[in-house]
Every structure is written in C-alpha cells, then in structure tokens.
Ligand binder design. Structure first.
Ligand code: ZN
Length: 481
C-alpha cells in the first residue's frame, strides 16, 4: 500500500527517530497522513552522512525535499514508496552529505590567482594585492571573478560561503543568480579601495548595502567586513560594530592572523589583538573571525564566551607562513570553529576537501599526535560546525528534518575509492572536489552529475580568460616602466 505523508505529520516522528538512530536507517513506519505525497526532490545515496549531533550515517537511504526544506530521511525504498517527487537524484554509488561551508573567502580574487606567490603577508598585501586591486577591481571584475569562484565552489561541493570583497551588490547579484547561499561583507577599510575612499565612506556604503539586501533573498545575508586591526583604528572598528548593531548585521573580519598583526596591536594599543577587540566591545554582536592563528591562552576563553566563529584557513596560513592555529585548544575550550579557503590569491584554489585534510594533518604533525583532529572532527568543521560558526547552524550544516536542503552527492565509484571500508575516512582523506557529482542548495539542483545548471561554464571561463589577459598585459607594461 502506498503511504501518503503530510509534511507536518512526518517531521516530528522522524526527528525523534533520527536523534537516536546510530547506523543504518531505521525509520520503519513513517507517520501517515491523507495528503501531500507530491514533493519537489528526492536525493538518494548508498550512504547518507547526516553530520547530525551523533554523526549518524544511514545506508541505502534517501532525503526527501519539498519547498527547499528536508521533510524526511529514511530507507530509499520507503521514501520512494511514500513520496512522489518531481525529480530524483539516483543514489547508486553516491554518498549524500551536507554541502560544505566555506567560512572565509574573497571570491573575486580568483582573477588574481597566481598573480603574486611566495611572499609574506604584509609584502604580498601592500606591494602586490592592494595596488593591483585599486588598479583593476571594478564591478565587472567582481562579477566575473565571483562567478568564476561560484563555479569552482559549486563544482567542489561548497553550498555556502562567507565573502569579503568590494562592490558587494555585484557579489550578491551573482549569488542570487547562481543559487548558492552566502554571507556577503561590505569591506570596511581606512584607505582608498576600489569602492570607497576611507573608513567613514566604506561604513556608510556598507550600511546602504546591508539595508538594500536585508530580507531580499533568504539565501543572502548582507554583513559588514572590517578588514583588520591594522587597516582600521580602534575607533573605526568600534564605529563599524555600532553600524552593524544598528542594522542587526553580523561582522566578518581578519583576526590575529599574523605575528605582524599581534605586534602591531601591542605597539599601538599595548595589548594583543583579541584583548583589544574585547576591550572595545567589538564582540558584542555576531562575529566571524578569519584565521585566529595567534590567540594567547587568555584570549581563547574570550572567543568561546563571546561565541566568536573562528574560521581556520590552513592552506593560506601555510602558504603565507602565518603560522599554525591552535585548533585543538580552541575546540577543547568550546570555541566554534569552521573552515575556509581564503581568497584564491593566497591558496590558490577554493577546495575545502584540501582544507579538511590539511587542517587535520597540520595539527597532527605540530603536536606529534596522530589522534588529534580526526576525520569526523574536520568533516564537522566543514559542515555543521562551520554553519554554527557563521551563525547558520539552525538552518543548514546537517541533514535533519526541518533544515534547509543544502546537500551534495559525492560519487565513490571511481577506482581511487576502492575499497571503501569507512565512508567518513574516504570523504576526508581520499575525496577530491572532482568527485562531487551533484549539488543542491535550498532544494534547487545547481549541479547534476557534473553538469553545471546555473552557470554557463564556457562563458565564465572565456570572460575570465579575457579579463586576465588584460591584467597580465597591464602588469607587463607596468614592469617595463
Ligand atoms: Zn582573508
């Protein structure tokens, strides 16, 4: 007999079952109702890695999605029996899991990928990146660069990102059209930048951006992005927080990234970076702090208490030689920690699978202890932990009934996945971004079996190449002078 399930009727019994299920799907008798069997989408998998509180992994299961929300998770046969979906993503040789959360990026910097490598942070920023940005970054640069980044992130299974760059309206328009979820920062910086003249100007423009986008698209959260404590003084940092508080907007910032930054803070204010921020009340509102490589022992509890979301960017920290962040100490202290790629000019890609591996290996080798930062822990940092760190833990980051349907299918039939003893081990230690088959955000399929559905791949690649050629010839011209 075909069971017909109503959404409201099925949510709560399934939630109860999910919270106690351990391994293979044991949702035996979903609640029945008299209507609502027609849903939008079913995504099936040989494994469904939920990343719920217990890190439950179901086998031979499927996720039922309607109106952008997960309405049921259960054995594939049962879901197929209970629902009639307009579209189904077949589960053979597929792992279903939450989409990845990239907690720190400068998306449009894909266009500066490889423009200046092998340099220290301040040399890289002051002598290469800031001048190149003032010269080349305009709305068209941001549109093409962000779309290129979104292509790369969707291709690699990232469904949400936190961005900090210039012309945030353009970033928001690209996110709106490509279907991803994002927190988009208006950059606040006290120097001439591509879209502002000063701190005051950038705070003003940031406020206008936040007002324009608040409540406009449920996938897009406009926020403020004060750059760092060495590009803004304490008063300007506090003014940015005031503007953010007034509008109820979170903040994303670089924090305690390099020894330079910490020394600058000591020299200027007589205190380390995080203690400075605490002293000016900067953490009074939601804060996403990128890097946090150099917190002191006294600063880590401040981050936990203030619920600061720390975003670990291991590749960028290694490449710029910023240091090794004390991730295990922060996790042990209850700090919310997620993962990020940083911009493609300091990475040089946007591959969170690589960040997961490097995050784990860096802690292991630094502490000479292979037991720290397990596969499950870093997978959590890239999914539910990252979602919590950026303030979206209640709506995304795990596959649970009632959450928004941001999920991916990973193909594991390639020879490099043979044999598969432990699916989480494979996701973290074997998987590459090319193994991601399909991507769903808010219930909408953005990529299906490798086919990009919301971005014209050839157009974006051609536009990016053409713009990069212009930048390259301008740089060559400048070098000849
Ligand atoms: Zn950054």
């Amino acid at each position: 007999m075909k069971r017909i399930l109503g959404h409201a009727a099925v949510w709560f019994p399934l939630l109860a079952l999910l919270s106690c299920s351990q391994n293979d799907a044991s949702i035996s008798e979903p609640a029945t109702s008299s209507s609502g069997d027609q849903i939008d989408l079913i995504v099936a998998g040989d494994y469904v890695v939920t990343m719920d509180e217990a890190a439950t992994v179901h086998t031979g299961s499927a996720v039922a999605i309607d109106d952008g929300v997960i309405v049921a998770i259960g054995p594939a046969a049962e879901i197929n029996d209970s629902y009639s979906a307009r579209e189904t993503l077949d589960g053979k040789n597929r792992i279903v899991m939450p989409g990845l959360v990239n907690g720190h990026s400068h998306a449009a910097m894909t266009l500066l990928r490889g423009v200046a490598d092998d340099l220290a942070l301040m040399d890289w920023l002051n002598n290469y990146i800031f001048p190149a940005e003032v010269e080349f970054v305009d709305p068209e640069f941001v549109r093409i660069g962000t779309e290129l980044a979104c292509w790369e992130m969707i291709r690699g299974g990232t469904t949400t990102f936190v961005d900090m760059y210039y012309y945030p309206d353009v970033i928001a328009e690209v996110v709106d059209s490509c279907g991803m979820r994002a927190l988009i920062s208006a950059t606040v910086i006290d120097q001439r930048s591509p879209d502002a003249e000063s701190a005051v100007d950038s705070i003003q423009k940031g406020s206008e951006f936040v007002k324009r986008w608040q409540g406009k698209n449920s996938r897009i959260t406009p926020i403020f992005g004060p750059h760092a404590n060495y590009t803004l003084n304490a008063e300007q940092l506090r003014a940015t927080r005031d503007a953010a508080m007034e509008l109820g907007a979170p903040i994303s910032i670089h924090l305690s990234e390099s020894p330079f930054e910490v020394q600058y803070s000591k020299d200027t204010y007589g205190t380390t970076s995080i203690e400075l921020f605490e002293s000016i009340g900067f953490f009074e509102g939601p804060t996403i702090a990128a890097h946090v490589v150099w917190p002191t022992e006294a600063e880590i509890p401040i981050l936990a208490e203030r619920k600061v979301g720390v975003i670990h960017n291991p590749t960028s920290n290694m490449k710029i030689a910023s240091g090794i962040a004390p991730i295990t100490d922060m996790l042990a202290a209850g700090v919310r920690v997620g993962l990020g790629t940083d911009g493609a000019a300091s990475n040089n890609d946007l591959d969170l699978w690589e960040e997961m591996r490097l995050a784990s290996f860096l802690q292991k080798v630094e502490q000479m202890n292979p037991e720290v930062l397990s596969a499950t822990t870093v997978l959590r940092m890239a999914t539910s932990g990252g979602a919590t760190a950026i303030g979206l833990g209640d709506i995304i980051g795990s596959l649970e009934v009632g959450k928004r349907a941001d999920l991916i299918q990973v193909a594991f039939d390639d020879v490099h996945h043979v044999p598969t003893y432990d699916v989480v081990s494979h996701l973290v230690y074997v998987n590459d971004e090319q193994d991601v088959a399909s991507v769903v955000v808010d219930g909408r399929v953005l990529m299906h079996d490798g086919d990009m559905l919301t971005i014209d791949t050839e157009r974006v690649a051609a536009e990016a190449k053409a713009l990069a050629a212009k930048i390259q010839s301008a740089l060559a011209e400048r070098n000849r002078k």
